[in-house]
Write a protein that binds this ligand. Structure first.
Ligand code: NDP
Length: 466
């Protein structure tokens, strides 16, 4: 445990300090492996920083940054269409507000629990710091499963969820957005209930509809931003996306707009997936097929398997839970864009990707690669864009939505896209230069973790022991 291990002059070597805090994180947050994994990944990069900046250690910044400022957990009761009582659990982790109001999405998925949300909230702190915008980090959600639920059931769940959450959030306090299972429909129901209970029309959520305070390009932003980031990585090696064969996982918000931007930049995406299986389309997913995927997933809310019924050359490979790898990552390609969920790329998947000659991995999903997979990518020195940098375009554009709401103005599509693009270029440059400065040239994991951490840690030092 960390208590008593330090004096104000810092008696421990940085490596020992990190290991002590890591032990404490595991002891205080048992059975939360995803949270441990996210902390471990950041801490591994911070060894380089603590050696140069003993003030972070003497002020116990690591002990403080792993501890959420506030954790909310609450009952979410709702009535199903048969009049039966259903009870879910709601959460909001307010992780760190050193550089701005808490900001981060809400996830509705049966796998949601405290550990998953703590990992996401922890990642969010550093990601938001990298965006150049003034946003702290938070994350929330529910173990509610939207699959197979009617619109009315989703609305009742959202209303019940917001009836409690509204006490804790606000445009200058905590501004949630969407994530897995929370898209435009859910944000609408959540916003409606907030407005009704608080009697105020304010930018308390992002990802809103265009007629009621939303920003152009917000739905596209995570996918577009991830591809802009990939483009910057390739430019650093005098290469481009033009003609590249690309693997994309998932078929939700991030995947859809990753595929679209890949097409804009001349690449050839050949896969999409959902939790039931993988579609491989050797002819490529063109704009007409992408429009079909959007209709299938966003309107009919059906399974990706249907794609292979419509496009006969496409192959559907069902998910086999007994396998510890996915056939998606064993298809020969130049670039990979994991855009579904955490730990979807195992060590075996990473080995398959490398064996097949993949040159670039850009993470649209949060923490899609296990620690072992990440190590394989870094050792192979391929272009590897970690999630907290590569997928920061979504929250950055949420930040732009907040600015437009505060100023009561709306920027054009071109204006928002241009700002998003510039932010992604700046995040890449910041990560690249920071990696170089700390003697690990090309390692964007170190670059992202160190640059994201230092801005938050310095703000914490400035603000005293709070
Ligand atoms: P969506 O709900 O729109 O889509 C998620 C996709 O991933 C679906 O195709 C879903 O399949 C699949 N998926 C989810 N869980 C699993 C699982 N356990 N196993 C296999 N497939 C799964 O979510 P988003 O596109 O918004 O989010 C995708 C990822 O991107 C997440 O990691 C999220 O945290 C991250 N992200 C999202 C941002 C955003 O702006 N939306 C911003 C930054 C990161 P199925 O339909 O079968 O569940």
């Amino acid at each position: 445990m960390t208590s008593g291990i330090l004096t104000s002059s810092g008696i421990k070597a940085p490596g020992d300090y990190i290991e002590d805090v890591m032990i404490s994180v595991k002891a205080k947050n048992p059975a939360e492996p995803e949270f441990h994994q996210a902390v471990r990944e950041v801490f591994d990069s911070l060894r380089l920083v603590l050696a140069k900046h003993p003030e972070y250690q003497s002020n116990r910044i690591l002990d403080r940054i792993v501890e959420p400022e506030r954790v909310l957990m609450f009952r979410v009761p709702w009535l199903d269409d048969q009049g039966g009582v259903q009870v879910n659990r709601g959460f909001r982790i307010e992780m760190n507000s050193a550089i701005g109001p808490y900001k981060g999405g809400l996830r509705f998925h049966p796998s949601v629990n405290l550990g998953i949300l703590k990992f996401l909230a922890f990642e969010q702190v550093f990601k938001n710091s990298l965006t150049t915008l003034p946003m702290g980090g938070g994350k929330g959600g529910s173990d509610f499963d939207p699959k197979g639920k009617s619109d009315n059931e989703v609305m009742r769940l959202c209303q019940s969820f917001m009836t409690e959450l509204q006490r804790h959030i606000g445009p200058n306090t905590d501004v949630p957005a969407g994530d897995i299972g929370v898209g435009g429909r859910e944000i609408g129901y959540l916003f409606g209930q907030y407005k009704r209970l608080r009697n105020e029309f304010t930018g308390v959520l992002t990802g809103k509809g265009l007629n009621w305070g939303g920003s152009l390009i917000r739905p596209e932003a995570t996918g577009y931003g991830c591809v802009y980031f990939a483009d910057e990585m390739l430019k650093s090696r005098k290469d481009s996306l033009d003609g590249k064969l690309c693997l994309v996982s998932g078929s939700g918000n991030v995947s859809q707009y990753t595929v679209e931007k890949l097409l804009d930049l001349g690449a050839k995406p050949v896969t999409v997936s959902d939790s039931n299986g993988v579609i491989y389309d050797p002819d490529g997913i063109d704009r007409e097929k992408l429009a079909y995927v959007l209709e299938l997933k966003n309107v009919r809310r059906a399974r990706i398997r249907d794609y292979a019924d419509r496009y006969k050359k496409a192959i559907f490979m069902p998910t086999d839970v007994k396998l510890e790898h996915s056939p998606l990552w064993n298809i020969k390609a130049d670039c990979a864009f994991p855009s579904a969920t955490q730990n979807e790329i195992t060590a075996k998947d990473a080995a398959n990707l490398l064996k097949n000659g993949v040159k670039l991995v850009a993470e649209g999903a949060n923490m899609p690669s296990t620690l072992e997979a990440t190590k394989l990518f870094l050792d192979a020195k391929i272009l590897y864009g970690p999630a907290k940098a590569a997928n920061a375009g979504g929250v950055a554009t949420s930040g732009l939505e907040m600015s437009q709401n505060s100023a009561r103005i709306s920027w054009t599509r071109e204006e928002v896209d241009d700002k998003l693009h510039k932010i992604m270029i700046s995040i890449h440059r910041n990560c690249y230069e920071t990696a170089e400065k700390y003697g690990t040239s090309g390692n964007l994991v170190n670059g992202a973790n160190i640059a994201g951490f230092m801005k938050v840690a310095d703000a914490m030092l400035d603000q005293g022991l709070v």
